[in-house]
Design a binder for this molecule. Structure first.
Ligand code: ADP
Ligand code: MG
Length: 283
């Protein structure tokens, strides 16, 4: 099964969800490959691999399709990480491949194409994408059997998410002629009180208003109500909705280059990620 993690904004929990679901799928005895399609390479470093080293990466795979570059397939760049999860790494160079992709006719289906070449070598392939609406996220969506959309519970991240997402899905439909349905939603960092490091008066307040709109209420009870309403909204649009609580183990595991099942298998966030992996395994 090919699962793509997507949302056009950064910090919504794509990489975190990708790595931890990969971790639990691996723990259940499956062969799991993570493909890092984000030039920020957080999935690569989150699996303990240095994205700055000069190893072959997704940059080389995408560039194989552009002009006279050496022929590098997905199988050529895959390495096993210390967690036992396999990785097709990203590197900061990847950002330089995107302009070349616009010169290729079948550019949205490159990833689907290279995955076909590796056949059935993996039980699950999880694709992490960048926070953008560019070619890499499009490639991830075109290749996907399932799309997981992550939403940050931070109060300002809730606005506009669904609209932008349906615009991306329309793009995918244009490319593939098929309707793509994002069926799994993961609400991340639930329960974290948003930290707003901007004063409530003066220039800072006006800036905040410009970017985020007028806060409807600073009251914590009402804020919780709004979050609950959002959760309900998401539940109407997605077949499956999971809510991951804010959990400090998440960041610590990433810093150690291993996913939650090997770092803090019983922490609150781990329990929900285990449930998602079980659900994916059962399909
Ligand atoms: N449930 C959680 N609890 C605590 N921190 C989290 C949780 N989920 C994500 N984070 C942290 O939030 C930040 C952004 O998450 P990340 O997965 O990198 O987002 P994205 O890939 O969408 O940009 C990271 O520092 C990550 O460690
Ligand atoms: Mg990320």
């Amino acid at each position: 099964m090919i699962v793509t993690f997507a949302h056009h904004k950064g910090g919504t929990g794509k990489t975190t969800s990708c790595l931890n679901i990969a971790g639990f799928l691996h723990e259940s005895g499956k062969r799991v490959l993570v493909i890092d399609c984000d030039p920020q390479a957080n999935a690569t470093s989150g699996l303990g691999v240095d994205p700055c080293s000069d190893q072959l990466s997704m940059y080389d795979v995408f560039m194989s399709y552009a002009g006279d570059f050496p022929d590098v397939g997905l199988a050529d760049i895959i390495t096993e990480t210390k967690s036992g999860i396999f990785l097709a790494s990203s590197s900061l160079d990847l950002v330089g491949a995107e302009p070349y992709l616009y010169t290729i006719d079948n550019r949205a289906a490159i990833l689907k194409d290279v995955i076909t070449e590796i056949g059935d070598a993996y039980d699950h392939i999880l694709i992490d994408t960048p926070p953008s609406m560019g070619q890499f996220v499009l490639n991830g969506l075109v290749a996907a059997d399932r799309v997981v959309v992550t939403f940050d519970s931070g109060i300002f991240a809730l606005k506009g998410g669904a609209e932008a997402l349906s615009a991306i899905m329309d793009d995918v439909e244009t490319y593939t002629g098929e309707k793509v349905v994002a069926d799994v939603a993961v609400l991340t960092r639930w329960g974290q009180t948003p930290v707003i490091p901007v004063p409530d008066e003066g220039f800072g307040a006006r800036l905040k208003q410009l970017f985020f709109g007028t806060p409807e209420s600073g009251d914590n009870g009402e804020e919780k109500g709004r979050l609950a309403a959002f959760e309900n909204d998401v539940k109407r649009s997605f077949e499956m909705v999971y809510t991951i609580p804010f959990d400090t183990n998440v960041q610590k595991a990433q810093e150690n280059g291993i996913p939650l099942p090997q770092f803090a298998p019983e922490c609150e966030a781990a329990c929900v990620y285990r449930e998602i992996a079980e659900q994916l395994n059962s399909q």
